[in-house]
Design a protein around this ligand. Sequence first.
Ligand code: 13P
Length: 254
Amino acid sequence: MSNRPYIVGNWKMHGTRAMLAEARAIDRAAERLLKVEVALAPPFTLIHATRKEANLIGIGAQDVHSADGGAHTGDISAAMVKDAGAGFTIVGHSERRANHGETNALVKEKAEAAIAAGMNVIVCVGETEEERDAGKAESAVADQLASSVPVGDGVAEKVTIAYEPVWAIGTGRTPTAEDVGAMHRHIREKLGSLYGEEGADVRILYGGSVKPDNAAELLTADDVGGALVGGASLTAESFLGIIMAAAEAHEDKS
Ligand code: 13P
């Protein structure tokens, strides 16, 4: 595992070609911040153009279908996004789990399809507010990990986990650094059960209302290997604030 912080922007359903200027600015700045691994997951429609604009940063998709191809109107396969220039895909984002009824089993199939197509995957997990209030945050995340994370020979090195508490997404609310650290340690333990020794090298990102002004604190919590950023990745200015905070936090740690 690279120990560089991994900062990934998830543009969700935002962005037309006018936003390529932001991607270009992010890419230029990333050239000066090599201590941080930077990636963007734009909407499908911008993957190819973003790949052409950006030389250094990783480009990924936000979802893929679990099948290689076929009669699935409106869906996109892993091979298609790879052909368009994506090196990774996010799977199991809570918005897909909630808006499209995606189950753990489907998320795992999608992750397997992406890996079979030669891509890396970021598998998202995270508890709802009700689960946290009921003291079930860790067990909810453990269930998701057990059933939606792909396993097998050589798979661990293709996988990144993103811990995104559902109640923190787009709300401006975040867990404390202690709570983030506790959950990341819990996830690390479960990765040990899934992957054995290789589980130690899987990166665990935190996501949910990461902004330039809270990034340093969240990124220095225990076992946080980077961030999955929604709203604050939409402009180069705010995303670069987070990338710079990650570079500084990394310097302080090492
Ligand atoms: P926000 O950063 O907008 O809270 O979104 C987080 C997220 O869902 C990233 O995948």
